[in-house]
Design a protein around this ligand. Structure first.
Ligand code: ZN
Length: 90
Protein backbone atom coordinates (compact mmCIF):
# COMPACT_ATOMS: atom_id res chain seq x y z
CA UNK A 1 0.00 0.00 0.00
CA UNK A 2 1.35 3.43 -0.91
CA UNK A 3 1.72 6.28 1.55
CA UNK A 4 -1.07 8.14 -0.27
CA UNK A 5 -3.51 5.33 0.27
CA UNK A 6 -2.67 5.21 3.97
CA UNK A 7 -3.43 8.91 4.28
CA UNK A 8 -6.75 8.47 2.49
CA UNK A 9 -7.58 5.67 4.85
CA UNK A 10 -6.75 7.75 7.92
CA UNK A 11 -8.78 10.68 6.64
CA UNK A 12 -11.77 8.46 5.99
CA UNK A 13 -12.08 7.99 9.75
CA UNK A 14 -11.90 4.20 9.54
CA UNK A 15 -8.53 4.17 11.24
CA UNK A 16 -9.81 6.36 14.05
CA UNK A 17 -12.57 3.87 14.75
CA UNK A 18 -10.16 0.96 14.68
CA UNK A 19 -7.66 2.65 16.99
CA UNK A 20 -10.47 3.69 19.30
CA UNK A 21 -11.54 0.06 19.61
CA UNK A 22 -8.10 -1.50 19.41
CA UNK A 23 -7.83 -2.75 22.97
CA UNK A 24 -11.42 -4.00 23.07
CA UNK A 25 -10.86 -5.68 19.72
CA UNK A 26 -7.80 -7.53 20.94
CA UNK A 27 -9.58 -8.50 24.13
CA UNK A 28 -12.46 -9.87 22.05
CA UNK A 29 -14.82 -7.50 23.83
CA UNK A 30 -16.42 -5.97 20.76
CA UNK A 31 -19.77 -7.22 19.60
CA UNK A 32 -19.87 -9.08 16.31
CA UNK A 33 -20.52 -6.14 14.03
CA UNK A 34 -17.74 -3.75 15.10
CA UNK A 35 -15.37 -6.69 15.52
CA UNK A 36 -16.02 -7.62 11.90
CA UNK A 37 -15.54 -4.04 10.71
CA UNK A 38 -12.18 -3.88 12.48
CA UNK A 39 -11.19 -7.23 10.95
CA UNK A 40 -12.03 -6.05 7.45
CA UNK A 41 -10.27 -2.75 7.96
CA UNK A 42 -7.10 -4.30 9.37
CA UNK A 43 -6.91 -6.62 6.38
CA UNK A 44 -6.69 -3.69 3.99
CA UNK A 45 -4.86 -1.15 6.16
CA UNK A 46 -1.15 -1.61 6.79
CA UNK A 47 -1.13 1.18 9.33
CA UNK A 48 -3.72 -0.41 11.58
CA UNK A 49 -2.07 -3.81 11.20
CA UNK A 50 1.06 -2.18 12.58
CA UNK A 51 -0.91 -0.77 15.50
CA UNK A 52 -2.27 -4.23 16.28
CA UNK A 53 1.26 -5.63 16.02
CA UNK A 54 2.53 -3.05 18.50
CA UNK A 55 -0.16 -3.97 20.98
CA UNK A 56 0.38 -7.69 20.42
CA UNK A 57 4.11 -7.22 20.94
CA UNK A 58 3.52 -5.29 24.14
CA UNK A 59 1.32 -8.08 25.45
CA UNK A 60 4.02 -10.58 24.60
CA UNK A 61 6.55 -8.62 26.65
CA UNK A 62 4.16 -8.28 29.56
CA UNK A 63 3.34 -11.99 29.51
CA UNK A 64 7.00 -12.91 29.58
CA UNK A 65 7.49 -10.56 32.50
CA UNK A 66 4.65 -12.28 34.36
CA UNK A 67 2.70 -9.06 34.53
CA UNK A 68 -1.02 -9.59 34.24
CA UNK A 69 -1.94 -6.14 33.01
CA UNK A 70 -0.11 -3.14 31.68
CA UNK A 71 -0.21 -0.24 34.08
CA UNK A 72 -2.94 2.19 33.03
CA UNK A 73 -0.36 4.91 32.51
CA UNK A 74 1.60 2.73 30.08
CA UNK A 75 -1.50 1.77 28.13
CA UNK A 76 -2.48 5.40 27.94
CA UNK A 77 0.94 6.37 26.64
CA UNK A 78 0.80 3.74 23.94
CA UNK A 79 -2.70 4.76 22.96
CA UNK A 80 -1.58 8.37 22.70
CA UNK A 81 1.43 7.34 20.64
CA UNK A 82 -0.80 5.41 18.23
CA UNK A 83 -3.18 8.36 17.96
CA UNK A 84 -0.26 10.70 17.34
CA UNK A 85 0.98 8.47 14.55
CA UNK A 86 -2.50 8.30 13.06
CA UNK A 87 -2.71 12.09 12.95
CA UNK A 88 0.84 12.50 11.70
CA UNK A 89 1.43 9.92 8.98
CA UNK A 90 4.90 10.02 7.56
ZN1 ZN B 1 -6.45 1.96 9.19
Amino acid sequence: MSEDKIEDCIESGDCAEVLENLFAYMDGQLSEDPQHRVDVHINKCQYCRDAVDVEAHLREILRSACVQQAPASLRLRIKQEIRFRAKNPR
